[in-house]
Design a protein around this ligand. Structure first.
Ligand code: PTR
Ligand code: PTR
Length: 311
């Protein structure tokens, strides 16, 4: 992590900005044919945020519909640290895709949903209300009934305990829904610590849910994918997942490579990380984490000295 600090000190803000611009200029790593099919276009929240064919999540086709596009949802598998398909990055569900979203959660055995946007921001709808907001309420999403059993409030986020009832099979499962509320409408959180606490909470919950809900899990280590979404599923979602990957690696072997992490992520979810401050925030948050966990002395790092341009 000392290398990372040296890297940032050497490049200064301008250099990190250039690093991000380089990543941004790279062409997408594949095709978007499925997202572009006429019958799928209405399932995309933004016509310019599509998912790569190679990593898209396929829904099980519905047997009462021979429509070949009934397997489409704007969602991509993304690898985590030493874990393939650790995440599903997806857009904020649209009213017409609520049912598809819950089908995906069911089919992929998802335990945790992480939402990093609010439903409405700056007066604009960013995401549909796809889960019952109040405790005690049940909503009907086609094949699934979702009940909000209980809500736990934290300073920066809210955890809803949901029950997902599959009306086709009569089975019921528990899913945790995290809503992170203090990511500002524009840009990034001022301090990384709230985000770091949030990430730690999510990580522990995935581990404990796996132990209690799937004690006989034989799938990939780490359990089923964590669903992460914001509005488009690229900006804040990409930032959250980049941090999670980088911190897991830091905890494991003590090193971090933000640039390669983002480049790799973009081959699975195109356009991940939308602004240069989200990119820079990843650096700051990793360094803050290293200080918190004693890997780095506070005096080794100060953000303000980077304001001056390099060269
Ligand atoms: N075309 C959209 C827009 O710029 O409004 C695309 C978009 C929307 C891109 C939101 C990113 C967005 O952010 P996030 O992925 O964090 O929801
Ligand atoms: N076109 C978008 C808008 O006007 O809202 C621009 C945008 C870009 C909005 C990024 C939000 C963005 O990021 P986030 O949703 O992560 O704050």
């Amino acid at each position: 992590v000392q290398d990372l600090v040296q890297h940032v000190k050497r490049k200064k803000k301008k250099g990190i900005y250039q690093e991000y611009e380089e990543i941004r200029k790279e062409p997408p790593a594949g095709t978007f044919d499925y997202s572009k099919k006429t019958s799928n276009q209405i399932k995309n929240r933004y016509s310019d945020v599509l998912c790569l064919d190679q990593s898209r999540v396929r829904l099980c086709p519905l047997n009462n519909e021979d429509d070949e596009t009934s397997d489409y949802i704007n969602a991509s598998f993304m690898d985590g640290y030493k874990r393939s398909n650790a995440y599903i990055a997806t857009q904020g569900p649209l009213p017409k895709t609520f049912g598809d979203f819950w089908r995906m959660v069911w089919e992929q055995m998802v335990l945790i949903i992480v939402m990093t946007t609010r439903v409405v921001e700056r007066g604009r709808v960013k995401c549909g209300q796809y889960w019952p907001l109040e405790a005690g309420r049940t909503e009907d999403y086609g094949y699934f009934l979702v009940r909000n059993v209980h809500i736990e409030m934290f300073q920066d986020f809210k955890l809803s305990y949901l029950e997902l009832f599959n009306t086709q099979t009569g089975e019921c499962r528990e899913v945790s829904h995290y809503l992170y509320m203090s990511w500002p409408d524009f840009g990034v959180p001022k301090s990384a610590s709230a985000m770091l606490d949030f990430r730690a909470h999510v990580k522990r919950r995935q581990e404990s849910s796996l132990r209690t809900l799937h004690p006989d899990w034989t799938g990939p280590p780490g359990g089923p994918p964590v669903v992460v979404h914001c509005s488009a599923g690229i900006g804040r979602t990409g930032t959250f997942c980049t941090l999670d990957i980088c911190l897991s690696r830091l905890e494991d072997i003590g090193t971090v490579d933000i640039k390669q992490t983002v480049r790799r992520m973009r081959t699975q979810r195109a356009f991940s990380i939308q602004t240069w401050d989200q990119y820079y925030f990843c650096y700051k948050a990793v360094i803050e984490y290293a200080q918190q966990s004693g890997l780095l002395q506070p005096m080794e790092w100060s953000d303000t000295e980077l304001e001056t341009d390099s060269e």
